[in-house]
Structures are given as C-alpha cells and as structure tokens.
Design a protein around this ligand. Structure first.
Ligand code: 13P
Length: 250
C-alpha cells in the first residue's frame, strides 16, 4: 500500500512575513495522519520553514546544484547544504527549470544523483507540453524523461525517490488534466518501471501536479496510480492546501 504524499511547491513566492503567515496557517490545519505532507519553499525560506514546522511537515528544496558537496559554484546550493538546513526532499527537473532555464535530461540526472548521494529524496518531475500532447507524443516524452534517469543511474535508485507527473499545459493555467488523462500517464509510468522491477513499481509514489485545487483533488487522488499531488498556486493558501491534503487521506 502506497502512502500518499501531498507537497506544496511555493515556487518563487513569499517574503519572510508571508511565509511566517503561511506556516502559521498550515499549523492550524488538521492534516491527515495517513498522508505525508511536504512543502518546497524558496531556498531563502527553507530554514524558516524547517524551524517553523519543527518536523510536523517535511521541507524540501526546489532545486540543488549538480555537485553534491560544497565548492566554488556561485549562486548554487549544494545538496549537502540542503540536508544540513533540515531538508529531506528536493525537486529535480521541474518543467519551469527544464523549459525556462534550459535544464537538460543530463543535468537533471546529475542533480538526481547529487541529491541521493547525500541522502535527500529526489522528486523527479516529468511532463509534456501542449504541442507534444497535441502531437500525440505525451507517453513517449514522459517515458524518455524517466528513462534518462533509469539508464544513467539504474532503476533501483527509484526505491528512494518519487516521480511527479506535471503536464506543462496544466501548470498555473487553471487547466487540470482530467483524472482519466492523468491516470493514463501515471499507469504508463508505473508500467515502465514494472517492466524492470515489478516490486519497486508497486511501491513507487507518482504524484500529479498541474492546477490541483481543493475541488479537483479528491477525484484525481482517487485514481489507482495517482499517489497524491504536487501543488503550486493552491499551496500558497493554507486553507486550500489543508483541504487538498485531507482529500488524499482515507
Ligand atoms: P500549479 O498548481 O500552480 O498549476 O503548479 C503546479 C506545479 O508546477 C507544481 O510543481
């Protein structure tokens, strides 16, 4: 039985004051005991979130350097520094980084490996653009993004990782993939793993992201291969995020 996770990706949002308010608001929420809840604040607000939640909610980073250890890499944050700051998770390959910042599969693989080498759990984000979906390439694109990591690092690395399927056309647009559209891709991702390692595939948590709202969450999370969500905009509102977390509970 896979334990659901609901994670909030705060992206490039927040000030010290608004983050304090959001943490305070989330601590007022009754969060389900059978769901892992995590937040991904900006690097600047990681320490604030780690101390504010004091372990009640897991904290992860939105990115890490491709080198795991400290060194001369101006502007980057090493996985070991994230671990030291109290993070347990890190997003790798978010589409905003792939598409707007030019991150290649090769770089995503290096970041994934860097994260795991220090004991952080990577959340590998994959997803197709609208043009790719319209061209019928969705499953191929997603399979290739997943395969890049499997081919470089082996399938076993996913025993300590999650996958997040985030169709680019559904991110921040208010367009959610229908539960059936999302399930089709999640099922294909799990089948890709199952061909290599059936028991790992059965345990792998695959989150859905892309305009998840309180109103749409329960139906999405009810699909057999959707194990929770990676929530952007709605995670900036404590009541909405709390409701989405509860939708993943039993
Ligand atoms: P939205 O929920 O704002 O569409 O963002 C999804 C996302 O990119 C989470 O990583």
């Amino acid at each position: 039985m896979r334990r659901p996770m609901v994670a909030g990706n705060w992206k490039m949002h927040g000030t010290c004051a608004s983050v304090a308010e959001l943490i305070g608001g989330l601590k007022q929420q009754s969060l389900p005991a059978d769901v892992d809840v995590a937040v991904f604040p900006s690097a600047l607000h990681l320490a604030q979130a780690v101390s504010g939640f004091a372990g009640a909610v897991a904290v992860g980073a939105q990115n890490c350097a491709y080198e795991p250890q400290q060194g001369a890499l101006t502007g980057e944050v090493a996985a070991i520094q994230l671990l030291d700051a109290g993070c347990s998770l890190v997003l790798v390959g978010h589409s905003e980084r792939r598409l707007l910042l030019g991150e290649s599969d090769e770089l995503v693989v290096r970041k994934f490996a860097a994260a795991q080498s220090v004991g952080l759990t990577p959340v590998l984000c994959v997803g197709e653009t609208l043009a790719q979906r319209e061209a019928g390439e969705t499953l191929a694109v997603v399979a290739e993004q997943v395969a890049a990591v499997i081919e470089a690092l082996g399938v076993k690395v996913f025993a300590n990782a999650l996958v997040a399927y985030e169709p680019v056309w559904a991110i921040g647009t208010g367009l959610t993939a229908s539960p059936e559209q999302a399930q089709q891709v999640h099922e294909a991702i799990r089948a890709q793993f199952a061909r290599l390692d059936a028991s790992l595939a059965g345990e792998l948590r695959i989150l859905y992201g892309g305009s998840v709202k309180a109103a749409s969450a329960a139906e999405l999370f009810g699909m057999p291969d959707i194990d929770g969500g990676l929530v952007g905009g709605a995670s900036l509102n404590a009541d909405d995020f709390g409701a989405i977390c509860r939708a993943a509970g039993s």
